[in-house]
Design a protein around this ligand. Sequence first.
Ligand code: KG4
Ligand code: ZN
Length: 405
Amino acid sequence: MVTHCLRFRALSGVAARGLVAQPRCEPRVVLGIESSCDDTGAAVVDETGRILGEALYSQKETHLKAGGIIPPVAQRLHKEHIERVVQEAVDNSGVSPCELTAIATTVKPGLALSLGVGLEYSLKLIQQYKKPFIPIHHMEAHALTIRMLHFVEFPFLVLLVSGGHSLLAVARGVSDFLLLGQTLDEAPGDTLDKVARRLSLRNHPACSTMSGGEAIEYLAKMGNRLHVQLTQPMAQHLDCDFSFTGLRNQVNQIIIKKEREEGLQEGQMLSCVNDIAAAVQHTVAAHLAKRTHRAILFCKKEGLLPQKNPILVVSGGVACNEYIRKALRIIAEANGVSLHCPPPKLCTDNGIMIAWNGIERLRAGIDVLHNPKAIRYEPKAPLGIDFSEQVKKAALSVPYLKLKI
Ligand code: KG4
Ligand code: ZN
């Protein structure tokens, strides 16, 4: 490993040095770049799972002010920050770009304009430094992060819940997933963000810089969920799919009614805001727990998980939520399954998970491209083989489990 750190921007003259062969004993090192939504992330990770350098620029504040992500704004901010973020990650790592084994970048799924910035910048880098390119599926990266931190062998069950996704899958290999169910409408993080916006939580003194999900979790701690009646989504559907728009509509109706009762305009803080937050959070947690419970039963019935020490992995931004983690832990423990969640920093979008996914693909020899000219980003990209029809057919009912959280 080099002891000096070369500035990343001033590298044109250094490229030639990249041709010097890497000593075999050095672990392989990947630069990961993430720009699929509203976070610009980069990291350098080696194959032992050591994070050598990292940097992240979050657009959260801008989008909170605007009341949601506006794709051209996200694109502009990625463009403004990507070079600095990548440079910072590489500088911190003490690894010169010529020593990288490969560059891995999210190319699917995500916002087209955001994905485009990361891909274009990465293609420039790989051309400059003559490095192989590893295209990354954002959800695969969320699913595999845990393997950088713990000894988690395939196959395992994974629940991925974020602002853009909600899915249950069996991870059978680095790039081998069986999709058991996914959201039919919006993702739970999106629902929490929209409810938080409708409640104008940005005007709440304690929540002004929090994402919607964080704000709901914070207020829910002080609320009583039993004061607000909400019905469970999809209770009659014996599958592993999710739905959140019905819940959001229910909550909107309740907010309108309470505003009328309290003589408030939209934008003014309801006295029962904590109770609403607690009820929404509980209903989301119970819905996720129920579908995950069914997925565990289905996997057991079909022999999709090891009999000894089966594992459930939960990740994505919504997995930062302690209440939701507790609900899932109750389900997992009742079924003899151990629950693994990355720390919050690695649940939300970041460059580390992309670099690690690059390492996983490098080790498995999957999609390490030496001529990536034809590579395109894909805003929509399913994860794995769709197995949801088989789950529906099995129509497994789930025994009642009290979620005492
Ligand atoms: O994975 P992520 O960073 O980006 C996407 O790929 O979507 O997830 C962001 C989402 C946002 O919707 C945010 O409200 C939610 O994760 N989130 C939370 C919490 N922290 C972030 N949801 C519930 N509880 C939290 N503590
Ligand atoms: Zn994500």
